[in-house]
Design a binder for this molecule. Structure first.
Ligand code: ATP
Length: 382
């Protein structure tokens, strides 16, 4: 039995629809991350689960019980808000004790639970302080502590790390991951940050414009994206997309792009064959583009020419912004594709590569991992 089930759940505000036909089953003990750009409906989904927002249509179940009409306080969930929502006039201890007192938990039990949570979160020395006497990171821990003491069936978290600086965020992320493993409880976590989603989620649900796009493990979403939205959203810098055409040429299925011609290996041909003679979007990730002299062994190389327009030194890699050369200029013997203007590409390459801005380079694409999408629907082909 899954611990949370959204069944055809929709949320309307007047005529606008914030969440449309959401079907999502979250298993017991999962760390499920809802991710997507601003306004995609992730917070609304979480708030419907919390009981803070009414469901317009569909059914919501927690541990098999329909929850649509059950008030928030009876849902056996605890929520950590982006703002932390700590009571400013109460001490840390009182903040953590508050909901337990409302539930009439005996005093000795409250003390025991708070002591244990405070130990886990290393905030024992802060229990007498007021929220204003805490740093941002400490406040975040107290907000998590207040959720832990309630022993909920499901933890809900809405961007709980977004008020922390970058370094603290990385640390707090690792702590949340550890906490999840230790508690073994279901976590449902909302973020707009795909790195946070990739590092925290045992599974990730990607939303866009109120519609769930894909659910899967971080690896599945990264390696097997269902459409251009997921492909472009997961991974930073984002996947490169280039217009191309799929044709049959000399008995071989061929992708003709602006600056490259790629023969689909015979063993990969069958999923793409029905799309022959159609325009497609060709997708390739920045780490699959290499500079000469730093091409890793064992790849399927395909050369193409591009001009370096920006170089970002990241320490462990260079991020290159490239402009592909026009087909007519470099490949005049090739048949001209429909698109003949140059394109922008991003590559993540070896930091030792001696490159200059403005230089034209014979880049190498590793086509052992490329993607083709339908330009109309954005769906991945094959
Ligand atoms: P963010 O990351 O910016 O918080 P989100 O993905 O969490 O975005 P939601 O807050 O769920 O998005 O909002 C989804 C859509 O519903 C948005 O278009 C938003 O404007 C709309 N919406 C949210 N709350 C209300 C409301 N109370 N009344 C009307 N429209 C709302």
């Amino acid at each position: 039995m899954s611990s949370v089930t959204f069944e055809q759940v929709s949320k309307r505000y007047g005529h606008s629809i914030a969440v449309k036909d959401l079907n999502l089953a979250i298993e017991d003990g999962e760390f499920l991350v809802l991710v997507g750009p601003s306004g995609c409906g992730k917070t609304t989904s979480l708030r419907m689960l919390a009981g803070l927002e009414e469901i317009s249509q569909g059914n919501l179940y927690i541990n098999g019980k329909r929850m649509n009409d059950i008030p928030a306080r009876e849902r056996d969930i605890a929520m950590v808000f982006q703002s932390y929502a700590l009571y400013p006039h109460m001490s840390v201890f009182e903040n953590m004790a508050f909901s337990l007192e409302l539930q009439k938990v005996p005093k000795a039990e409250i003390k025991k639970r708070i002591t244990s949570a405070a130990q886990q979160l290393e905030i024992e020395s802060l229990l007498d302080r007021k929220p204003r006497q805490l740093s941002g990171g400490q406040r975040q821990r107290v907000a998590v502590g207040r959720a832990i003491v309630r022993n909920p069936a499901v933890f809900l978290m809405d961007e709980p790390l977004s008020n922390l600086d970058a370094k603290l965020r990385v640390q707090a992320r690792a702590e949340l991951s550890k906490l999840h493993r230790k508690l073994g409880t279901t976590f449902v976590y909302v973020t707009h940050d795909q790195v946070e989603a990739m590092t925290l989620g045992t599974r990730i649900a990607v939303m866009n414009q109120g519609i769930l796009q894909q659910v899967g493990t971080p690896q599945t979403l990264y390696n097997e994206p269902r459409n251009t939205f997921v492909a472009g959203f997961m991974g930073s810098p984002a996947m490169n997309f280039l217009p191309a055409r799929l044709v049959e040429q000399d008995g071989q299925l061929t992708v003709i792009g602006n600056t490259f011609t790629l023969t689909v290996p015979p063993d990969q041909r069958s999923p793409y064959a029905p799309y022959r003679d159609r325009p497609v979007i060709f997708g390739i990730r920045p780490e699959n583009l290499h500079v000469p002299g730093f091409v890793p062994p064992g790849i399927q190389p395909l050369p193409f020419k591009a001009t370096v327009s920006v170089i970002e030194m990241m320490g462990n890699e260079l991020v290159l912004y490239l402009t592909t050369a026009d087909r007519q200029e470099f490949n005049s013997q090739e048949p001209a594709s429909q698109e003949s203007t140059s394109q922008e590409l991003i590559a993540r390459v070896d930091p030792r590569a001696p490159l200059q801005i403005g230089e034209t380079v014979e880049m190498v694409m590793d086509i052992s991992r490329f993607y083709l999408f339908d330009p109309g629907s954005g769906d991945r082909l094959g």
